[in-house]
Design a protein around this ligand. Structure first.
Ligand code: MD3
Ligand code: FE
Length: 222
């Protein structure tokens, strides 16, 4: 810990970039800027992962093409097709197992969960969502996982987006929350089955991701 020296550490005229914790609801927190020192390393790891399991636009059971491009890493990956949603150990595009969850990803998710009060989080799946301008995600619940006691940890990279955080009923009016580059959110306990979605991505340019937003969601699926 750096000693508090007034006029040097806190009053030096530089912006305060220390991570801040924002509580959105019971058991739902956003850790602002928590990823900021690791963003470039995460992007490098992502390049490798996406070379092995390319991004693709999946189709919902109803036959709609999703606007978000997706891939996965970990023991299983989330997929949707005409037969519905599931976690699958095999990537249906490559017919091979998904690439392993990098140790660095596991550590980031575990650290964020612990900071939010969920000790010993051990994710076995990471869904990679890539948004281009106009891409969105309609209100839904994440309930294909076996164990709702484990939280979901989400890492945002690149362009900012308006995240919609609803209640336990689809009709509950969602609250709007901006998720920015470097933010990590943790959703567990009372909030684990809340409805949530993402507004259409506004156009822009980000120095790290270009014209995109990338979201990683870490899950204990098995
Ligand atoms: C709240 N992704 O992949 S991350 C998803 O930004 C998903 O790409 C969004 O919803 C995205 O399923 C939102 C934040 C998030 C993720 C999972 C949650 C919020 C959640 C699960 C329960 C409650
Ligand atoms: Fe979700």
């Amino acid at each position: 810990m750096i000693a508090h020296r007034p006029g040097v550490d806190l009053f030096d005229g530089l912006p305060d970039t220390r991570p801040r914790t924002e509580i959105l609801a019971e058991d739902a927190v956003v850790l602002r800027g928590l990823l900021n020192n690791e963003d470039k390393a995460v992007m490098q790891a992502l390049d490798k992962l996406l070379a092995a399991a390319p991004l693709r636009h999946m189709f919902t059971q109803g036959g709609h093409r999703m606007s978000v491009a997706m891939s996965n890493c970990g023991r299983v990956g989330w997929v949707t097709d005409r037969s519905g949603y599931r976690y699958d150990p095999i990537d249906p595009e490559t017919d091979r197992p998904w690439p392993a969850l990098p140790d660095a990803f596991h550590d980031i998710a575990r650290r964020a969960a612990a900071q939010a009060g969920f000790d010993n989080f051990a994710p076995d799946a990471c869904l990679i969502n890539v948004y281009e301008p106009g891409a969105r995600m309609s209100l839904h619940q994440d309930k294909n996982e076996h164990d709702f006691a484990a939280p979901i940890v989400s890492v945002s990279l690149g362009l900012p987006v308006v995240f919609l955080f609803g209640g336990m009923q689809r009709n509950d009016r969602p609250r709007r929350c901006r998720l920015e580059h470097g933010d990590i959110a943790v959703w567990g306990g009372q909030s684990r089955l809340a409805y949530h979605g993402v507004s259409p991505l506004a156009d822009g340019h980000h120095p790290i991701t270009g014209r995109r937003r990338i979201n990683l969601t870490f899950r204990k699926a098995l």
